[in-house]
Design a protein around this ligand. Sequence first.
Ligand code: MSP
Length: 528
Amino acid sequence: MSKGTYSFTTPIYYVNAAPHLGTAYTTIAADTVARYQRMNGYDVAFVTGMDEHGQKVADTAASKGMTPQAWCDSMESAFRDTWDLLDITYTDFVRTTEPRHARSVKQFWQDLYDRGWCYKGSYEGWYCVHEETYYAEGDLEKNDEGELVCPDCKRPVQKAGGEENWFFKLSEFQDKLLAFYEENPDFIRPETRRNEIVSFVSGGLKDLSISRSTFDWGVPLPFDEGHVAYVWADALLAYFTGVGYADPERAGEFDERWPMQYHFVGKDITRFHCVIWPAMLMAAGLPITHTIFGHGFLLTKGEKMSKSKGNALKPADLVSVFGVDAYRYYFMSDVQFGHDGSISIERMVQVYNADLANTWGNLCSRVFNMTTKYFEGSVPAVSAEALAAANPLRALSDELYAEYDRCLAAADFTGAAAAAQKLASRVNLYVEESAPWNLAKSEETADELAAVIYNALEAIRIIALYLAPLMPNTSAEVFRRLSLGDIVAVTDIEAATTWGGLPAGNAVETGDPLFPRLDAAAIDLSIE
Ligand code: MSP
C-alpha cells in the first residue's frame, strides 16, 4: 500500500552548456530523495528537464551557428547521458520546447489573463542575459573597465525593454506573500534563505514583465500571439508539465500530485521560486509547493564553480576515478545541503578512504571473510533467545530509522549518511570487542561466535538499506552477496530495517573489496 504521493523537482536547467558538477549536485540530491521515498512507500514523481527558451539560449545557438531548436536538440543527450551515468531515476524529463509544455504555458497564462492579473505596459531597464533578469540601476556594480555589471554574475548588463510588453501584477502580492511566509515557516529552507526573501519582499515588489516581442524564441502568449512568454514565466510551468497539467493523456495526475513536497534549487534562483512562483500560483487559485529548498554553492578555491568560468570538471571525469556511488556519497555527505561547500580531489579521496574504504567497505570484507572461515560461507543460525538478547548493534539500529527518516525528510543528506556511518563504525568496534577469532578457538563459545557473526551480518544488511538511496549500486551488491532479494524492490524501509530480518542459512559471498583504497598522489585530476 502506497503512503501517498511524494513529488519534487530539480531546476529545469538551461541548455547553454552541458551539465556540470553544480547541476549534478542538485540532481543527485533529488535522486537521493526519490530513491529513499520509494523505499519508504511513497509514489514518487521526480521532475527534471531542460530550459530551452529565452535570449541566453538563442544567443548560444547563434554563436554556434545553429538554430535554437537544433542546438537544444543536440543538448538533450548531454543531459540524459549524464543523468544515466549518475543513476538518476527521474520520472519525467521536460523539455520546454515540447508541445505538451507549450500547452501548459498557454493554459496557465490564459487563465491568469482571464482572472485579470495581466496588463500591457512598458518598462525599460538593465537586463542581464546570463541571469535572464532585470536589475534596478541602484543594484548594479561596476567592473574594472567602469562598465555596469550584474551584481550576481558580474557580466555587463544591457539596456532593454521600452517596447510594449505584458505584465503580471506581482506588486499586489506583497502582503499575501509575507503572510504566507509567516503561516508556512517551512516554505523557504534553510532559515538563512527565508530571512533573505522576507527582507526582499518587505522592501516592496514591482510588477513583472512576462512577455517579449523583440524575439520569437519562446511560447507565444495565447491572448497576444505577437509576444512570447518570458523565459521564467515559461520554465516554472515545467513543474506542472512534469506531473501532467493540461495533458489529456494524464488526466487526474496533476490533482493527485499538486502541490508538490519540494522544489530543490540553488540559492541563485530562490527568488524566482519563493516570490514569483507562489504569487503566480496564488493568482491562479492553486496551492503552493510545501518547501523550496535553496541549497548553497559548490566552491573551488573559495569561488562558486560554474561552467562559464571554465572550472568545470565533468561529472564523468570524477566517476571514472571514484565510481558513481562514491561520487554521489561525497557530494551528499560532505557538502551540507543548504550551505556553501568547498570541494577538492584531496578531500574527496579523504572521505572515500575514511568512510567507504576503511569503514563500510572494510566492515563488509571482514565480516564476509569470517563468515566464510567459520561458517562455510553461510549466515549462522542463532537461537531465538540469542536473537532476542540485547546487543549494542541492535540497540543502536532500533533507534536509527527515526533519525534517518527525519534527516531525509528534511533534505539533510549529511545527517542521513552520518546515521548509517554511525552504525558501521559501531559494528567495526563490536567486532573488535567480541574478538570472533578468540571465540573460534573453543567449542564452548561456538554459540557466542554464531551470535556475533549473525549480529554483524544483520547490521550490514541494515546499513546497506540506509545507504541505498546514496549509493544504490554497492547496496545492491551487498544484498546480492548476502543472497537477499533486489534492494530496489523494498517499499517499506522501516519494516525492512527491523532487527532480525536476515535469514539463517543464506549464502554469503566475500567478493572483492567494495571500495579499494585510493592514493591521492596517483590521481591525475584537479577541480580548478
Ligand atoms: N533555467 C533556470 C532554472 C529554471 S527552473 C524553473 C536555471 N538553470 S541553470 O542551468 O542555470 O541551473 C541553475 C542551477 O544549477 C542552480 O540553481 C543549482 O541548482 C545548480 N548549480 C549551478 N552552479 C552551481 C554551483 N556552483 N553549486 C551548486 N549548484 C549550482 O537557473
